[in-house]
Design a protein around this ligand. Structure first.
Ligand code: ADP
Ligand code: MG
Length: 604
């Protein structure tokens, strides 16, 4: 039997596409306000949008008729004929958003047309009109969406944590805020101001206000005008490139869009100026004839199709290259260690032995020492003077854990003289049976992994106080992610406090991490990336903690791309052999390899 679906149900189906989560509602409502010509828009959220989303604007408003009609499907004031589709300058044009929202929530709309004496209030729930009446309300529109998905528990359950949902809201808000810096925009969450952005004259001011001044040190002005496209905006200094993505923005004719293809073009422009796995920030605004852009896309999607994509790719790469070249960042940074000549052993080299007890780098996590022997106090100097291989082996159980590797601990002198760092990637050290190679990155990963794991499992993790606590202003999104759970930070061995709005002070970090400003910023970035990856339940589930330790170890091991001195290399080796599992990286890769004398003899 063929039936026409009742409006309620068809709206519900359409709603599924438009309204995926609270942030979709926020996006649609802000865009409507912008389209209505408002210059002041307030977004007021409760419980990440679960309880309430309210958007208030001073735009053109609606007449009583319009206030009712706007909830009908395909009711739009923005398009009336097919040609209009090619020259769309507004956000919405399908007339789908309001009916979709009204299908899955309770909505109260108050609006007063500019110039009218009174306003009108319309209340709906689940697509049904509950009431309509004249009310006193300021010019403009005030729409409140409550109890989102109240009729669809499955959908409600699907929502992520409040923090995650709120971050999506911030994302949508920021996208509009970046391209409409001429508007006053306010975002309030649970009665707290998250952003209160006053209109400014240029995009740069807006960017700085949004992203936090510490994270973006320098923005490079870029711009070009060609026959197919005009591009303007800013790109980040190569040194500000971060592992966390999120500061990459493309807008076309005032609309945010995603483009992995253009992203590649930008990355190509940065070429070797930034380390692998990091992203520069960029804010690029394209102006092009609307006919060159396919706007007939779904309102909830952010892909855009351009006519001259490959030309634009070339233009972008060239533009980025040129702008960076002009600012001559090029010679100051070299991330490519492979090209650095590394093996130089001056004849008169006298190593300054680090006193291991106070050495900051790679010191050994206490638990692993005591795990080996109950009343064992580790004293490196004494240890180095006194120990014999067999004593050491039995104490650390190394021989059994790592067949043969215990042998590396010969006398102190041999270790120092026969240890060198190769390409900043490997430690080469002479052992009795030949030559041992240690993969530095994997070794660090192992050491940090065990350190983090220990911290996580220990109620009193050791945060080493940093000499000069570092103050960092983060963007609200990054701030909320980082500070979401102070307990989590604490249990990883970080001592971080809030000292101002979205501003933190890094007072302490796990032992062994670099503590200069650049490294601290990098480590905070790593934490944020890690928290993004391991969102949920880490405190309750063992594998959550393991993932966290693993992923943080990986990023920490990678950060601080300073070259290892020989002494540090030796400390690293020592620390490695105090680990519970020194032979394998946390992901199971081999950390070390011995090339035996026989093998060497075979070769020469
Ligand atoms: P679309 O934006 O695609 O036209 P919507 O469902 O989002 O569809 O909105 C329907 C119509 O309601 C709009 O075309 C506009 O006429 C009107 N409208 C919605 N929000 C506002 C607002 N904040 N101020 C004035 N008019 C609005
Ligand atoms: Mg709309």
């Amino acid at each position: 039997m063929l039936k026409v679906l009742p409006a309620g149900i068809s709206n519900l189906i359409a709603a599924g596409e438009v309204v995926q989560r609270p942030s979709s509602v926020v996006k649609e409502l802000i865009e409507n306000s912008v389209d209505a010509g408002a210059d002041t828009i307030s977004v007021i959220i409760e419980d990440a949008g679960r309880t309430s989303i309210q958007v208030i604007d001073n735009g053109c408003g609606m007449t009583p008729d319009e206030a009712v009609l706007c909830f009908e499907r395909h009711a739009t004031s923005k398009i009336s004929n097919a040609e209009d589709l090619n020259s769309i300058h507004t956000y919405g044009f399908r007339g789908e958003a309001l009916p979709s929202i009204a299908a899955v929530a309770e909505v109260v709309l108050r609006s007063r047309k500019r110039g009218d004496d009174t306003g009108y209030e319309v209340t709906l729930a689940g697509s049904e009109l509950i009431s309509k009446e004249e009310v006193a309300t300021p010019e403009g529109t005030n729409i409140s969406v409550r109890n989102l998905f109240y009729k669809i528990p499955a959908r409600r359950k699907f929502l992520k944590s409040d923090n995650a949902e709120f971050r999506h809201i911030i994302t949508e808000f920021v996208r509009v805020a970046l391209c409409r810096y001429d508007l006053n925009l306010r975002l309030v969450h649970n009665r707290k101001d998250i952003y209160n952005l006053k209109r400014v004259n240029n995009i740069k001011q807006r960017i700085l206000e949004i992203e936090g001044r510490e994270m973006i040190k320098e923005l490079v002005d870029i711009g070009i005008s060609s026959s197919i496209v005009t591009v303007s905006g800013f790109i980040g200094h190569p040194e500000d490139a971060r592992k966390s993505s999120g500061n990459q923005y493309f807008f076309v004719n005032g609309r945010f869009f995603k483009s992995p293809y253009f992203h590649k073009a930008i990355m190509k422009g940065y070429d070797k100026l930034i380390p692998d796995g990091t992203y520069p920030s960029y804010y690029l605004f394209f102006e092009t004839n609307p006919e060159n852009v396919d706007v007939n896309i779904h309102p909830a999607k952010t892909e855009v199709k351009f006519e001259n994509e490959s030309e634009m790719f070339e233009i972008l790469t060239a533009l980025v290259k040129e702008s960076l070249g002009k600012n001559s960042f090029v010679p100051t940074i070299d991330f490519n260690h492979d090209t650095l000549p590394e093996i130089h052993i001056p004849k008169d080299y006298t190593p300054i032995l680090p006193t291991l007890k106070s050495s900051p780098a790679y010191s050994i996590p206490k638990p692993f020492q005591s795990a080996k022997s109950d009343n064992f106090e580790f004293n490196f100097e004494a240890e180095q003077k006194n120990r014999s291989d067999s004593e050491f082996d039995s104490k650390y159980n190394i021989a059994s854990a790592v067949d043969g590797y215990g042998e590396i601990f010969e006398s102190k002198e041999t270790i120092d003289e026969n240890t060198l760092v190769l390409s900043n990637k490997y430690i080469v050290t002479a052992v009795r049976s030949g030559m041992m190679l240690i993969n530095i990155f994997r070794a660090k990963e192992r050491i940090f992994y065990e350190k983090y794991l220990y911290n996580l499992d220990n109620s009193q993790p050791i945060a080493q106080q940093v000499l000069f606590p570092q103050t960092i202003e983060l963007s609200p999104a990054r701030y909320s992610l980082l500070m979401e759970s102070p307990e989590r930070l604490h249990s990883l061995g970080f001592d971080i406090s809030t000292v101002g709005e979205n501003t933190i002070s890094v007072n302490g970090m796990p032992e062994g991490l670099e503590t200069d400003e650049k490294s601290i910023i990098e480590i905070i970035d790593n934490l944020i990336v890690t928290f993004e990856e391991c969102q949920s339940d880490f405190l309750t589930k063992a594998h959550g903690r393991d993932n966290m330790a693993r992923s943080l170890a990986k990023s920490t091991a990678r950060s601080g791309d300073k070259r290892l001195s020989r002494n540090q290399a030796r400390v690293l080796v020592d620390s490695l052999f105090c680990c519970a599992e020194p032979e394998l990286s946390p992901s199971g890769k081999k950390i070390m390899e011995i090339i035996t004398d026989e093998e060497i003899e075979k070769r020469l």
